[in-house]
Ligand binder design. Structure first.
Ligand SMILES: Cc1cc2nc3c(=O)[nH]c(=O)nc-3n(C[C@H](O)[C@H](O)[C@H](O)COP(=O)(O)O)c2cc1C
Length: 398
């Protein structure tokens, strides 16, 4: 998403400016080209040298340091960028931006920029809630700037309150969301995609359950890949993995809960991708109290609802993608599933191997469909596999 994006990264003089060093590094790691400008106050908290070494670019602080006669530096800096981030933004700089004041390199370049501007305010709770700051934030929002909500937690002042600089991953998620919302050329824009993930848990008693080895990584990666292509994604997950803030998450535990959540959302969606490892059986009886130890124990099981099959029967306009996690006769089972469950694609994988599939970062899959030859996606990272699956879905949706 950030690949080759040119980001003008503005740092102002708040205590959180040290955290913006890791935010900048994350952006660079994600493929962005980042150039930094700092206010003179910001340099009292973090040295420009830190940003210079890590960004491998000159850091701008002094508006009048005009070393290259070909350019006016703050205008050149503003014009170079595709996207601007102010992190952290002090109450002082917010006030200046709201009023068009251009008295240092940062405020001058931000007055000259035509890019989207993403602002991360961070300050003491009372400064943040002061009517002056709130009015300035509203003015900037009305002019089209994107202002992130600060986090609540332990502040530098030694007490808890609203005003903290959020974690880098949360900021990155929100920037990605903004980029997606502002783009009008993503192939899945306007499409709703429902993804299931993780291994369901079938309770025996309050502390014991039957489950499987699925980590949820494949389903979560698919949800993220679809979101990055512009889809509105609902992820129904039985996994504890973190979920991107731009994805609507429905947490479930059992196969029955997963069925109900899928069923409730099925009608309006364009694509259902069932990457969850849904338990085939569940205890007939669920004990309310922890069961006592016995010499022998048998648990009677009954079949759970076959979600894919049920949705295959209900299917109208929806595209259905199922997974077949097998240890043998993979092709035969995948083709059978494709036919019997009225599914458009079956993503088949071999879960007998430790280097791929369940609980691994990697996978190798073969995608079967009724109309086309099978497509092999050879062993690679699950996020790469997810991207390829989403590409095939995009082709199918036309
Ligand atoms: C130790 C210390 C911590 C500060 N932390 C913040 C802060 O987190 N947020 C903020 O808005 N101002 C903070 N300030 C006040 C700003 O540094 C001050 O308003 C400054 O003029 C901001 O300049 P700038 O907006 O040009 O960077 C802090 C000041 C000091 C001395």
């Amino acid at each position: 998403m950030f690949n080759q994006m040119k980001i003008a990264f503005y740092v102002t003089g708040g205590i959180a400016s040290y955290k913006s060093v890791s935010l900048m590094r994350e952006l660079i790691k994600a493929g962005a080209e980042v150039k930094v400008a700092m206010t003179p106050s910001a340099t009292k908290f973090v040295s420009p040298l830190t940003f210079q070494v890590l960004s491998k670019q000159t850091v701008h602080v002094d508006t009048f340091s005009e070393n290259d006669p070909k350019f006016v530096q703050h205008i050149h800096f503003a014009d170079w960028a595709d996207f601007s981030i102010v992190a952290p933004a002090t109450a002082n700089t917010l006030a200046k931006l709201a009023n068009g004041i251009a008295d240092n390199f940062v405020t001058s370049a931000l007055l000259a920029t035509t890019t989207p501007v993403f602002i991360v305010p961070a300050m003491n709770e009372h400064m943040y809630e002061h009517p002056a700051t709130q009015t300035n934030i509203q003015i900037l929002k009305d002019r089209g700037a994107y202002i992130m909500e600060p986090a609540t937690g332990f502040l530098a002042e030694g007490y808890s309150g609203r005003g903290r600089f959020p974690d880098s991953t949360i900021i990155l998620d929100e920037i990605e969301g903004l980029i997606i919302n502002q783009s009008d050329s993503l192939p899945l824009q306007g499409k709703q995609i429902l993804v299931t993930a993780g291994g369901t848990k079938e309770r025996i008693d309050p502390v014991r359950y039957i489950s499987n080895d699925s980590s949820g990584r494949m389903g979560h990666a698919i949800a993220e890949a679809a979101m990055k292509k512009g889809a509105e994604v609902i992820l129904i997950t039985a996994s504890e993995l973190a979920v991107h803030s731009q994805i609507k998450q429905i947490k479930v535990e059992s196969a029955q809960e997963m069925y109900e959540a899928v069923d409730a959302n099925f009608e309006n969606i364009n694509v259902l991708i069932m990457a969850a490892a849904v338990s085939d059986y569940t205890p007939v009886k669920q004990e309310n109290h922890k069961m006592k130890k016995k010499d022998e124990l048998s648990i009677e099981l009954k079949k759970t609802k076959d979600i894919l099959k049920e949705m295959g029967q209900k299917k109208a306009h929806q595209l259905l993608v199922g997974f077949a996690a097998e240890t043998d006769n993979i092709e035969e089972y995948a083709l059978k599933k494709l036919k019997e469950k009225n599914v458009d694609f079956i993503v088949a994988n071999d879960v007998s191997r430790r280097d791929r599939g369940f609980n691994s970062n990697d996978n190798e899959v073969i995608i079967y469909s009724k109309q086309d030859d099978p497509v092999l996606i050879s062993l690679s990272d699950k996020s790469r596999i997810a991207e390829r699956i989403i590409e095939l879905i995009i082709e199918q949706l036309g």
